[in-house]
Design a binder for this molecule. Structure first.
Ligand SMILES: [Zn+2]
Ligand SMILES: [Zn+2]
Length: 562
């Protein structure tokens, strides 16, 4: 069936297929043997995804006191946020009563209003970066050591500003979605690279810079679509001596050189490189982009080792999920965000190792709970109230019926109830809107001025020494004013050491701006119909038909690169 998105500012038409309806039936929760059918969605997949992401502040860090100990902590919640924030250690301790905020369901009020009231008084952890060492400023991350400003990063060491599924990296900075990389800078969607700069969609490359879609290459600069090559510049084979002589001038040492090479290389790639219509490896009956080892997955992006899913994003090893962002291991999730190891979850955000959970946030190791916030190891709770199994099984169907009547059943938590300003969340990364637009939609905007950095002086970025050789140790006591946004930012000692080691200049752009530019290299998470640039076959691609890149179907692409 064809539907129109219920968001008045969107109004786009979207399809709900019979496969979607089958999957919806499958993920509908079962309580005491009775299945509670989920209705077909009223919003388009994009709006559904953005609504989930409006609950995800990835990269805005603040300092605020822990509400239990008074100790200052690094937090995702600025001081003005009206919620109760505990330092991670305090939150995980038994020094407070998780059920003290429990309340009875009031049928005279909407469920979301009651959940929202609970969410403002139930303590939440300041940030999520479990099992990490010396990695205070990391979020949605775990098992890291000596990492700084890393988001969605795991099992990494000595990394700075890495994000979006950055796994098992060492000594990397300013990278997006890199895995098993070492000593890399400015790379995007790249695996197993080392000693390399500004790679995009590369695998297993060493000592390379500014390359696109290269694999198993060594000593290459400004190349595209190459396999197992060495000493190439702009796809031209040179001798070792000629390469080394040219490299000396081409390997960027100043920020101006980086910007110049970057710009001319991107233009060259747009004109000359062959772009694969979508990136997919070892998939069966799968649509989307950047999907690996998937089976029967529809309209999903950055999904790996998953089966029977639809509208999933940044997903690993899940089965039978629909409308899920960032789940890692799990099954039967519907409208979930950041729920790892979750089984049978319906509208949950940041619940870990939970099963049979509905409408809950920030729960760990819970089972059979409804409308709960910030609980650990609990079962049969409703709105943080402990029930017996019988009470739970009698009350939950009544609340669902109530939510059906109010139109809330099956809907994710509304954006206007998110404690974050829209501009603080990942939703703004994917669909940026203005403060005025957020106001029309009755959403929040975060405009509290950031604390001024406590520094000796602020220097404009263009006053920085051109190369790293002339940068003094004093720089860690200064703030740099971003060339593009004027926002001040700081360099920490480990970061300075990294730039020195890599012979890279100090960046002249604020980390947020650098992240934005890396994100801009990625395609939208959306498929268009277009024709293969070689054989004319109809293909689904994340490159819109009006884009200038040369886009090939899978067969023509493979014939070209191998
Ligand atoms: Zn929409
Ligand atoms: Zn073709």
């Amino acid at each position: 069936m064809q539907r129109t998105c219920a968001n008045p500012w969107c109004n786009s038409s979207f399809e709900i297929s019979s496969a979607d309806l089958d999957l919806l039936e499958k993920v509908s929760p079962v309580i005491a043997g009775i299945r509670f059918d989920l209705p077909a969605p009223t919003l388009c997949p994009d709006c559904r995804q953005l609504r989930r992401l409006s609950y995800r502040n990835e990269r805005r860090f603040y300092r605020r006191p822990c509400a239990l100990t008074g100790k200052e902590c690094v937090s995702l919640y600025s001081k003005d946020k009206p919620c109760i924030v505990f330092d991670q250690k305090a939150w995980w301790s038994d020094d407070w009563n998780q059920l003290a905020t429990g309340r009875s369901f009031d049928p005279k009020k909407s469920f979301f209003a009651q959940f929202h009231e609970l969410s403002l008084v139930a303590p939440r952890p300041c940030i999520v970066n479990m099992s990490s060492e010396n990695s205070l400023y990391t979020n949605h991350s775990a098992y890291n050591k000596n990492c700084y400003m890393c988001i969605n990063t795991g099992y990494s060491e000595d990394c700075f500003y890495t994000s979006d599924f950055a796994l098992r990296n060492k000594n990397c900075a300013d990278c997006l979605a890199i895995q098993k990389c070492e000593r890399c800078y400015g790379c995007v969607d790249t695996k197993q690279a080392s000693f390399s700069l500004f790679l995009h969609e590369c695998i297993n490359c060493t000592d390379c810079a500014f390359c696109y879609d290269c694999q198993s290459c060594k000593d290459c600069i400004g190349c595209w679509n190459l396999r197992q090559k060495q000493y190439c510049i702009h796809n031209e084979q040179l001798t070792q001596e000629a390469y080394e002589a040219t490299k000396e001038n081409l390997w960027p040492k100043t920020w101006d050189a980086i910007e110049e090479i970057d710009q001319s290389f991107r233009t060259l790639v747009k004109k000359k490189a062959i772009h694969r219509h979508v990136i997919m490896e070892h998939c069966e009956q799968t649509t989307g982009d950047h999907d690996f080892h998937c089976k029967d997955v529809r309209d999903s992006y950055y999904t790996c080792e998953s089966e029977e899913c639809a509208y999933c994003y940044d997903t690993g090893t899940v089965k039978s999920c629909i409308d899920a962002n960032e789940p890692y291991q799990g099954e039967l999730q519907y409208e979930s965000h950041g729920c790892n190891l979750g089984y049978s979850l319906c509208v949950c955000s940041k619940c870990y190792e939970c099963s049979n959970l509905l409408y809950s946030q920030y729960c760990w190791y819970c089972k059979d709970c409804f409308g709960c916030f910030g609980l650990r190891n609990k079962r049969y709770c409703i709105l943080n109230n402990q029930c017996t199994k019988d009470e739970y099984e009698a009350l939950v169907p009544m609340i669902i019926e109530h939510m059906r009547n109010t139109g809330d059943w099956g809907q994710f938590f509304p954006t206007n109830l998110s404690v974050f300003g829209y501009n603080e969340t990942a939703a703004q990364d994917y669909a940026p809107i203005t403060e005025k637009e957020t106001a029309t939609r009755e959403w929040k905007w975060h405009s509290v001025p950031e604390d001024k950095p406590a520094v000796v002086k602020v220097i404009p970025a263009h006053d920085l020494p051109e190369t790293i050789d002339n940068v003094s140790n004093e720089i860690i006591n200064w703030a740099i004013e971003c060339e593009a946004t004027k926002k001040p930012f700081r360099i920490i000692k480990q970061e300075l050491d990294f730039y020195r080691n890599m012979k890279l200049p100090i960046p002249r752009l604020h980390p947020d701006e650098r992240h934005k530019r890396r994100m801009a290299l990625r395609n939208p998470r959306k498929l268009w119909e277009r024709e293969c640039g070689k054989c004319g076959k109809k293909i689904a691609s994340t490159y819109a038909p009006e884009r200038p890149e040369i886009v090939y179907c899978e067969e023509c692409y493979l014939a070209h690169v191998y």
